[in-house]
Design a protein around this ligand. Structure first.
Ligand code: TA6
Length: 286
């Protein structure tokens, strides 16, 4: 139990010294430190650790829908602010499970089991999601790992690997555009849903000369978000500092605009995100 907020969390540690912290509330990873002990994830200084409020930062799990791509009023679904149970745990990994409550079944009349397996390794963090349809009807869902990356400063950061990928700029409507540049950089609010991206994307922090390589499996889409000034000011009444947009960016591995997954009764789906820290020059060599 975390003495600062009374919430239950698991602390994971790899043989190489990398650590992760995952709260049972939302199976929410709030910290991933590399072997050297450097924090890779952003959590707002104003984050609220009080269920059912979702924690502003780390890796919220958006399920059974991403954004408004689903039937629920609540953006990003209810998994991120639900109590998970620990099903299995070792020093470096934990499997948490969510079965919908009666209230949630009222909202979303599909029974399911959502498992999240978090594993920390050599400068690496893995999250494996499995969804099992335990009901008698088809189960449609969209989902996202809404990862908030810590960066030195937004003017020295970019996302690589999206050149030529179709995307929807949610701030400009629903047209499908095509990403022209290899590097997605930030000079204003960005909120784009990239559709069927390559399986590997890079979050580059030129400030630290480091890269987090994102490898996605069965999570075909990626949302890139930075709230910038106006949105940050709007959020700063709550759980986000007015200037915190300068030290974070979101790249979210997702099943989103490429279309919902629909599971037949008894069927399962599995998706995975692997985050790996590398030095920038290492990647420029190979
Ligand atoms: O992933 C981008 C986004 O959908 C943004 O539009 C913004 O709403 C962000 O998620 C944060 O959503 P939240 O519900 O966590 O405040």
């Amino acid at each position: 139990t975390d003495p600062s907020n009374g919430l239950k969390k698991l602390v994971l540690k790899s043989a190489q010294g990398s650590t992760a912290e995952v709260y049972l509330h939302g199976a929410h990873v709030t910290s991933w430190k590399s072997n050297s002990g450097e924090e890779q994830l952003f959590v707002s200084k104003k984050a609220v650790f009080r269920p059912p409020k979702a924690i502003r930062g780390g890796i919220p799990i958006c399920f059974p829908q991403f954004g408004h791509l689903g039937p629920l009023e609540q953006q990003h679904g209810f998994a991120r602010n639900s109590p998970f149970e620990v099903e299995a745990a070792t020093s470096a990994s934990a499997t948490l499970v969510l079965r919908p409550s009666a209230e949630q079944l009222e909202l979303f009349p599909h029974s399911f089991e959502l498992r999240v397996k978090v594993t920390v390794g050599d400068d690496e963090l893995q999250q494996e999601l499995t969804v099992q349809n335990t009901g008698a009807d088809p189960l449609p869902f969209t989902t996202a790992l809404h990862t908030y990356f810590a960066i030195t400063s937004i003017d020295k950061a970019y996302v690589a690997g999206l050149q030529g990928v179709p995307y929807i700029d949610t701030l400009k409507g629903r047209d499908v555009l095509t990403q022209q540049q290899e590097q997605v950089r930030f000079q204003q609010e960005v909120d784009c849903i990239y559709i069927n991206t390559p399986s590997e994307l890079k979050v580059v922090d030129e400030g630290r000369q480091e890269v987090v390589v994102i490898r996605k499996e069965a999570l075909p889409d990626a949302i890139v978000w930075n709230p910038w000034v106006a949105k940050s000011k709007a959020m700063s009444s709550g759980d986000f500092g007015y200037d915190e947009f300068e030290s974070m960016l979101c790249v979210e591995a997702a099943v989103a605009a490429s279309g919902a997954v629909t599971l037949a009764p008894g069927e399962s789906w599995a998706g995975k995100q692997t985050l790996r820290l590398a030095k920038l020059e290492q990647l420029k060599r190979n």
